[in-house]
Design a protein around this ligand. Structure first.
Ligand SMILES: [Fe+2]
Length: 237
């Protein structure tokens, strides 16, 4: 079984989650120690202050900096991606395909923390209609009734954050979405390099038991054709 962290901010200076190659290495070592085999590097993309081009320049620069500094061979496999904040009409945005996970059709979408207008749900449907596979980031962070509406009115898949499995949290609905196949990925949503922040990802897996393996198998399937950073590195040599 591949343990895949589908949501983490680990690319140096690509966003506020990681401020240097040194921090990036610490984050990857935390992951390695926790038994994580692969990580999807989901740097924030905010359509209101980024163009796809400027985002990719920054992110690819971050990946190059990381490759120069790190021997990536003994660390988890890294897949370049983005956490794309959804705005109404984004499904018509040119170059949206360039924000997908490592050359696949999978795109991690972050819904805003405000009321979800019908047009926003239509945008998510539009992303699917474009041939992409939207995965909604951290559905545990939103109002459960709104999440239920979103999942019934779109065919988007979903990702759950580790913090959802903290003490005294009600995880019944999330577990049901996992069993139904709607939740296809788990994530640490790591920002920074605090070991206690990453322990949550391990705790979630323990709490889920065999259900974690079921979800990881779906994540592996989504990433089947994905091109990891290390492969790009070997191509450069
Ligand atoms: Fe995030």
């Amino acid at each position: 079984m591949m343990r895949i962290d589908f949501h983490a901010h680990i690319l140096p200076r690509a966003d506020h989650g990681c401020d240097s190659s040194v921090m990036s290495e610490k984050q990857l070592r935390l992951m390695k120690k926790a038994g994580t085999d692969a990580v999807v590097a989901t740097s924030h993309f905010y359509p209101n202050h980024d163009s796809v081009e400027s985002f990719l320049d920054r992110r690819d620069g971050a990946m190059e900096a990381m490759q120069r500094k790190l021997p990536l061979t003994d660390l988890p496999t890294v897949y370049p991606a983005a956490e794309v904040l959804v705005c109404i009409g984004m499904d018509k945005m040119p170059d949206l395909e360039k924000l997908t996970v490592a050359g696949t059709s999978v795109i991690l979408l972050e819904m805003p923390f405000t009321y979800w207008h019908d047009d926003l749900l239509a945008t998510v449907r539009g992303v699917s209609a474009r041939g992409l596979t939207p995965v909604l980031a951290h559905i545990d962070r939103y109002d459960p009734a709104e999440v239920a509406r979103l999942l019934s009115e779109t065919d988007a898949l979903a990702q759950v954050n580790a913090e959802a499995f903290g003490l005294f949290k009600n995880t019944k609905a999330l577990r049901a979405y996992m069993r139904e196949g709607r939740v296809v990925a788990l994530g640490s949503d790591l920002h920074g390099d605090k070991p206690s922040d990453y322990k949550r990802f391990v705790k979630m897996q323990k709490k889920l038991g065999p259900l974690a393996e079921v979800v990881f198998a779906r994540t592996a399937e989504l990433l089947r054709e994905a091109e990891p950073l290390t492969a790009r590195q070997s191509q450069l040599v």
